[in-house]
Design a protein around this ligand. Sequence first.
Ligand code: OXD
Ligand code: MN
Length: 636
Amino acid sequence: MEDVNVPFVEVHYITIQQVGNVPITKGDFQSLPHQVQTWLAQMIQLCAPRAVYICDGSEEEAEMVTNKLVERGTLTKLTKYENSYICWTDPRDVARVESKTFIVTNNKYASIPHSREGVKCVLGQWMSPSDMKQELDDRLPGCMAGRMLYVIPFSMGPIGSPLSKIGVQITDSNYVLLSMRIMTRVSSEIWKHLRHNEEFVKCLHSTGVPRPHTQKIINNWPCNPEKILICHFPDIRKVISYGSGYGGNSLLGKKCFALRIAGRIAYDEGWLAEHMLIMSITNPKGEEKFIAAAFPSACGKTNLAMLTPTMPGYTVRCIGDDIAWMRFDKQTGELRAINPETGFFGVAPGTNMKTNPNAILTCLKNSIFTNVGETADGGFYWEGLENETPPGTEIISWTGERYKLGEDKTKKSSHPNARFCCPARQCPIIHDRWEDPAGVPISAIIFGGRRPEGVPLVIESFDWKHGIFLASQLKSETTAAAEHTGKQIMHDPFAMRPFVGYNFGHYIQHWLDFEKDPKNKLPKIFHVNWFRLDENKKFLWPGFGDNIRVLDWIVRRTNGEDIAEISSVGLIPKKDSINLQGLIVDWDKLMSVPKDYWKDDIEETLSWLDGQLGDDLPHDIRIQIEQQKQRISQIN
Ligand code: OXD
Ligand code: MN
């Protein structure tokens, strides 16, 4: 496809350290790989920054940028910790903006499925190249005027690993640069790994606030909320993001590249890019198993990935908390996974020494906190830290309000989607193989969501196809990670609804197709639900560290133990086959499969999947739905 969004511009080669009339203040433009020079020269002309800074990933660079942001008031040092900073955004820029996120392809149905007439597709949004060109022509020319353009070379996955991919992000936000340094591998080494004409993922990001400003800048956080646009060109491996500085909208290595673009690359190349944590569990006999698990945003992936087991003798280690790139090894048939990221961008509220001590210990240095509260003595604070913070402590909330802890319970210190951003290597339980270029072998894949009603604690799929059906019917209560308001149960198949970069029907078929190669050792697939409520709206399951009990059951199933029985929705644990020592739980309520609930659920699931995917819904999934209907009708 033609490179639609960039009007052809002549590349002015190039006086020393100058592109056109824009000076290069740092780095050697001419030593960059040729394909990078060509793209950069076009983008520099288009965005018209005041100067260009080619990042090398060094500590001096971080120090220089941090000092600048502190001077300007975008970051404030948290004096309680080493090299850590707090940042409050413009309150209009606090979450991923799914409604402004698009996939651009010539063929609409390469991006989104053939939804039935009258149904609004929520599995991706498509825009035509010509419409997107208009949108971008309205935004990009001169969008960095008066600003520095940073060039960030980065690798998703260990630099040089055959499983890794290279990207280059251009941004006019130095907050984004600092965060990218935590979340990805930023280094001038990257240039050496880009061979002659080799493809790289082109990522352009602008906050959309050229100088002189025509709008008031709030909290020293430049953004242009009315004009936010996040667009993906999977055919040409490119992302353009405009108007937002926040998380998944602006750290383009994460959702844009590692899920939407990489998902499409994976489809083309025969592997998987998934919204999954990766962890290992070692049992008291010393046997270790690796698990990948997909949950919608803000459903506790980070907590699960770093779980502190309540059962003695078990060890959990973390490889990643958000994204897994996985491929079946051609020789051994194992499914091998890497975490392409190097940091955690976790939801802060609710995280504490009880729910996730390892996350707290990870972010005590070299971290950036966004939209959390600050204590008067230079610490971070958010809802959930009440029991670890003395009453009366003075808090400055993310909106700048001062109050004393405990005096007024209506005060909120943090935005519900406030985040910590910290280096994975600082995690006390990071696995010593977390950067293994060959990845780790996955024995089980778990899907889960927040399901207050009807859904048992754990279900094992009957087989691969049924597992993919379990993933296709994934639903969850909405959270604050995106712009949705109010609590509603939303479909989120594979926990990928906001993140898939191509036709969702093709995506499901891609998963199904792995069964066709007999060499592939297919992991077992499970569905879990930590969030079932009783009639008094109390959680039936304690969750957090006690989830090890369910993981233990899952691992024992991967070893073939006879501890499962058939239900109409899948295999569920035989009575008391989960170790519940020391817990009081209502097993029957936790595991029950209420006929009426599931009868409605399967009808609703069919109608939703059929409406969304139309004829793109794979035939195998329709068969699974029919089989489930029959099983449910047979419940007494
Ligand atoms: C995230 C998300 O930030 O899923 O990881 O929203
Ligand atoms: Mn996520």
